[in-house]
Ligand binder design. Structure first.
Ligand SMILES: CC(C)(COP(=O)(O)OP(=O)(O)OC[C@H]1O[C@@H](n2cnc3c(N)ncnc32)[C@H](O)[C@@H]1OP(=O)(O)O)[C@@H](O)C(=O)NCCC(=O)NCCS
Length: 271
C-alpha cells in the first residue's frame, strides 16, 4: 500500500539544525545556522528558482533531469516529500523523495532493476538534490539523504530506495555511495540520458565486500555495462577531484572525469 496521509503532520519531529559555511561572490566565508524541514507548497517557487540556478551552473546539461513546477508539486504531499535546508528564511538546498506508481516505467526504478511485481509498491525514489552554489562543500546533500532515510524507515511500506544519477555526476555518485547505495545498473533513461540506477534496501541492508575487486574508469561505460550484466555492482569511487574549480571549472570537471575510477564487487552476500 502506498503511503497515505499528511507526512508534514506525521513527521514534524524529524527535523535538524546545523551550521553551514557560505562562500559569497567576494570569497568571504561566513557561518550561517540552518534548519532542515519538510517543505510545504509555500516553498514551491523557491524550489523552482533554486533548481534554475543549479541548471545554469551545470558543467554538462544532461547531468540533471529538470522538473516542471507541477511535477515538483506532486512531491509535496501524498506522492512524496521534499526536505529543505532553510537559513534565515531562505532555501539553500533541497532533496526530493518520490513514491512512484507501481506501473510507472519512467519513475518506478524497481521495474528497471527487475524487482518482483509484489515489491514495486515498496519502492521510493531519491529524485533530485540541489545545493545552492554558495553552500557547496558543507555535505548538505549527505545530511539531507540521512534525514530522508530516517523518515522513510518510519513509514510503511517502503523497502527499496532507488535513485538515478548521471555517470558524469561524480559529486553526487560519491554522496550516494557514502549514503549506503550500490550502483546496480547503467542504462538510458529520460529520453536517452545515460544513468546509473542505485539501490539500497531499507529493511535488510545489503552487505557488500568493502574492498572492490575491480576498478574501472568512470567513463568506460562499455566495460561497466558488461559487469552489471554479469551481476556485479559498484560501491566505491576512487580518485581525487582536480581542484581548480574557481579558475576554470569546465576544464577541472573534464580532467577529474578522466582520473576517477569506480570499484566493483560481486552481488552482496545474503542473510
Ligand atoms: C550533488 C550536490 C547536491 C552536492 O552538493 P554538496 O552536498 O554541497 O557536496 P559536498 O559537500 O559533498 O561536496 C564535496 C566537495 O565537492 C565540491 N562540489 C560538490 N558539488 C560541486 C559542484 N556542483 N561544483 C563544484 N564543486 C562541487 C564541494 O565544493 C566540496 O569540495 P571541497 O571538499 O573542496 O570543499 C551538488 O553538487 C549539486 O547541487 N549539484 C547540482 C545538482 C545535481 O547534480 N544534483 C544531483 C542530480 S539530481
Amino acid at each position: 500500500m502506498p503511503f497515505i496521509g499528511n507526512i508534514n503532520l506525521q513527521m514534524k519531529d524529524v527535523t535538524g539544525t546545523g551550521v553551514a559555511v557560505r562562500k559569497g561572490n567576494d570569497s568571504v566565508l561566513c557561518e550561517v545556522p540552518y534548519e532542515i524541514r519538510i517543505l510545504d507548497a509555500g516553498f514551491l517557487s523557491e524550489i523552482i528558482k533554486l533548481q534554475q540556478v543549479i541548471i545554469e551552473g551545470l558543467p554538462r546539461g544532461e547531468m540533471l533531469q529538470p522538473f516542471s513546477e507541477s511535477f515538483m508539486k506532486e512531491h509535496i504531499g501524498k506522492k512524496g516529500f521534499i526536505l529543505g535546508v532553510v537559513s534565515g528564511g531562505r532555501l539553500i538546498a533541497f532533496r526530493n523523495v518520490y513514491f512512484p506508481d507501481i506501473d510507472d516505467p519512467e519513475w518506478n526504478l524497481g521495474i528497471d532493476l527487475g524487482l518482483p511485481e509484489n515489491s514495486l509498491c515498496k519502492v521510493a525514489n531519491f529524485q533530485m538534490v540541489c545545493v545552492h552554489p554558495d553552500f557547496l562543500g558543507n555535505s548538505l546533500a549527505l545530511v539531507m539523504n540521512r534525514h530522508a532515510i530516517s523518515i522513510l524507515r518510519k513509514i510503511e511500506p517502503y523497502e527499496h530506495l532507488c535513485a538515478t544519477v548521471s555517470p558524469y555526476n561524480f559529486w553526487n555518485i560519491r554522496i550516494l555511495l557514502d549514503t549506503g547505495f550500490a550502483v546496480m545498473k547503467l542504462k538510458k533513461k529520460y529520453g536517452g540520458k545515460l544513468r546509473y540506477i542505485v539501490h539500497m534496501n531499507l529493511k535488510n541492508p545489503d552487505r557488500f565486500s568493502s574492498t572492490p575487486e575491480l576498478q574501472i574508469s568512470l567513463t568506460d561505460f562499455k566495460r561497466q555495462k558488461e559487469l552489471f550484466e554479469e551481476g556485479w555492482c559498484a560501491v566505491q569511487l576512487s580518485g581525487k577531484s582536480v581542484n581548480d574549480y574557481d579558475a576554470c571549472p569546465n576544464i577541472a570537471f573534464e580532467d577529474t572525469l578522466k582520473i576517477l575510477e569506480i570499484g566493483f564487487v560481486r552481488q552482496p552476500c545474503t542473510g
